[in-house]
Design a protein around this ligand. Structure first.
Ligand code: AMP
Ligand code: ZN
Length: 470
C-alpha cells in the first residue's frame, strides 16, 4: 500500500499517515459561510482537499473514505439579505427567507466547485440542521466546568483548559491576551473566552435553549458536526491557514473538553492563502473576483484547477494572467493528446508525488514528462487522479492547433539536424545559419548540442513564419 506522508500543523512536521481505521478513513474540512458567491481564494481549500480526497480514495478504496465538509448557514450576512428581502416585500418567515438565501448560495457553490472538478464530499451538513447536538455539547461543557452562562451568552472558559489551549497555533494564553484585539465584554471571565451560544433578537432566526432563545457560535458548529458524523476521534481536519487561530484552536478546546476520551482530529492540515498578481485579494484593490466571474469570462474550470495545482498547498499562491494562459496552452495540448484514449495503469510516479504531502506540482511535472514521451494512456490516467476527468470539451480546436505546432516543430528539428549533418561533411554551414536565423525570426529559441537539435517556442512564436521554409 502506498505510504502517505502529510505535514501535520499540530506537530509541525511531516508524518507518516496512519488512519485509525483503513476501512473508514475520515476527514473533516471547514466549509464556507454561505452568504454569497465563493471568491477565488475560497476555492483553494476545496481543490487542495479534493486532491487529498482523491488520493485517499485511490490508496484505501473509494468506499473506505468519508469526507465531511460543512455549510455555515448561521450568519449575520445571510440574515441581512433575508431581512432586506423581507423589507422589500418577500413572502415567508425570516427563517424561510434565510433558508432560501442559504439554498441559493449552496447551489452556486456546488456548481462552481463542480466546474473546478471537485468531487462532492460524502456528507455536507448544514449548521442549522445540527442545533440540537450543539446545544447538548454546550450543556456538557457547562456541566464539566469548561463553560459558563452569562447574560444570555454561554462562554468557553479558556482558564479551564490552560494546558491545551494554544497548542495548535503555538501561542500561550498570556501572549494571546497581550496581542489580540479581542472583544472585551463585561460578562467574560477571561478576555480570550469565546462564545458558544449567544442571544438572538426577535426579528432574527433563533432556537430555544436552556439559556433562552439564541444561536450557536461559529466554532461549536464544527465541533458538533464533526462529532456527530465522524466520532470523537478521526483522521484529518483541514481548512485555510486563516482558520488555524482562533477557529481551529477553539474547535480543539471544545471537542477535547467535551470528549476527553477521544483524540479529536489527529492530522491538522492548512492551505496557505491565495493572492492575485502578488497582492492580497480585496474589494478595495479592485482585484476581487469570484470563481463564477472567471467561468463567465470563459476561463475553463480545468484551467483554474491546473493553476492551483502548480503551487504546493503550504505555499502562498499567486493567481496571474500569465499562469492562466500557460495552463490553457498546456491543457489544450494534453486534451488533444489524450483524445479517445482510455485510462490504464496508474503512473506510480504521479501517486508518489501526491503521497509526499500532496506535491501537486511534482505530479504535474511528471505529467509533462508523460506528454513529452507521448504516453497518452499514462497521461490520461494521471490526469484522472488529479481530477481532470473529462477534457474532451476542452477547447478541442485550440488543442489541435497546439498539437499541430508540435508536429511542425518536430519536422523543423529534423530538417535542421539533417542540414547540420550534411554541413559537417561539406564544411559549408551557410544553410544551417540561414535556417537558424529564420527560426529565431519566427520566435523560436534554437538549441543545438552534440545530442540533437531543439526548437523551443518563445512568447513571440509565429508558426506562420515557418511555412515558407518547408
Ligand atoms: P469562509 O467562507 O470565509 O469561512 O472561507 C471558506 C474557506 O476559504 C476557509 O477554509 C478559508 O480558510 C478559505 N479562504 C478564504 N480566503 C482565502 C484565500 N484568500 N486563500 C485561500 N483560502 C481562503
Ligand atoms: Zn470549522
Amino acid at each position: 500500500m502506498t505510504e502517505i506522508t502529510l505535514y501535520n500543523t499540530k506537530t509541525r512536521q511531516k508524518e507518516r499517515f496512519e488512519p485509525l481505521d483503513k476501512k473508514n478513513v475520515r476527514m473533516y474540512v471547514c466549509g464556507p459561510t454561505v452568504y454569497d458567491r465563493a471568491h477565488l481564494g475560497n476555492a483553494r481549500p476545496v481543490v487542495v482537499f479534493d486532491v487529498l480526497y482523491r488520493l485517499l480514495r485511490h490508496v484505501y478504496g473509494a468506499e473506505h473514505v468519508t469526507y465531511v465538509r460543512n455549510f455555515t448557514d448561521v450568519d449575520d450576512k445571510i440574515n441581512a439579505t433575508a431581512l432586506a428581502r423581507k423589507k422589500a416585500g418577500a413572502k415567508g418567515s425570516i427563517e424561510d427567507l434565510v433558508h432560501e438565501r442559504s439554498d441559493e448560495t449552496i447551489d452556486w457553490y456546488l456548481a462552481d466547485m463542480g466546474a473546478l472538478g471537485a468531487l462532492e464530499p460524502d456528507q455536507m451538513p448544514r449548521a442549522t440542521e445540527f442545533i440540537a447536538p450543539m446545544v447538548a455539547m454546550i450543556e456538557d461543557l457547562v456541566a464539566k466546568g469548561h463553560a459558563y452562562a452569562a447574560e444570555g451568552h454561554v462562554l468557553f472558559s479558556v482558564d479551564s483548559w490552560r494546558e491545551g489551549y494554544g497548542k495548535l497555533s503555538g501561542r500561550s494564553v498570556d501572549d494571546m491576551i497581550a496581542g489580540a484585539r479581542v472583544e472585551v465584554a463585561p460578562y467574560k471571565k477571561n478576555p480570550m473566552d469565546f462564545v458558544l451560544w449567544k442571544p438572538s433578537s426577535d426579528d432574527l432566526p433563533g432556537w430555544e435553549s436552556p439559556w433562552g432563545r439564541g444561536r450557536p457560535g461559529w466554532h461549536i458548529e464544527c465541533s458538533a458536526m464533526s462529532h456527530a458524523l465522524l466520532g470523537d476521534s478521526f483522521d484529518i481536519h483541514g481548512g485555510g491557514l486563516d482558520l488555524q487561530f482562533p477557529h481551529h484552536e477553539n474547535e480543539i478546546a471544545q471537542s477535547k473538553c467535551a470528549h476527553p476520551e477521544g483524540e479529536f482530529a489527529r492530522y491538522w492540515m492548512h492551505n496557505e492563502m491565495l493572492q492575485v498578481e502578488g497582492k492580497k485579494m480585496s474589494k478595495s484593490l479592485g482585484n476581487f473576483f469570484t470563481v463564477r466571474d472567471l467561468l463567465d469570462q470563459g476561463v475553463p474550470g480545468e484551467v483554474i484547477r491546473f493553476v492551483f495545482l502548480q503551487t504546493h498547498y503550504r505555499k502562498p499562491m499567486d493567481w496571474t494572467e500569465k499562469k492562466r494562459q500557460e495552463a490553457e496552452q498546456t491543457l489544450s495540448k494534453w486534451a488533444a493528446l489524450v483524445a479517445g484514449t482510455d485510462a490504464g495503469t496508474m503512473p506510480e510516479a504521479v501517486v508518489k508525488e501526491l503521497a509526499n504531502d500532496l506535491n501537486t506540482s511534482g505530479a504535474v511535472a511528471h505529467l509533462h514528462l508523460l506528454a513529452k514521451e507521448g504516453d497518452a494512456v499514462g497521461l490520461r490516467t494521471g490526469l484522472d487522479l488529479l481530477g481532470f476527468g473529462d477534457l474532451s470539451e476542452f477547447e478541442a480546436l485550440k488543442g489541435m492547433v497546439a498539437l499541430q505546432d508540435d508536429v511542425v516543430l518536430k519536422t523543423h528539428e529534423n530538417l535542421l539536424a539533417k542540414v547540420r549533418e550534411v554541413a559537417m561533411t561539406t564544411k559549408d554551414f551557410s544553410e544551417v545559419d540561414r535556417l537558424k536565423a529564420a527560426y529565431v525570426a519566427a520566435g523560436l529559441e534554437v538549441r543545438m548540442s552534440k545530442t540533437g537539435v531543439e526548437l523551443l517556442p518563445t512568447p513571440t512564436f509565429d508558426p506562420a513564419k515557418l511555412e515558407a521554409l518547408t
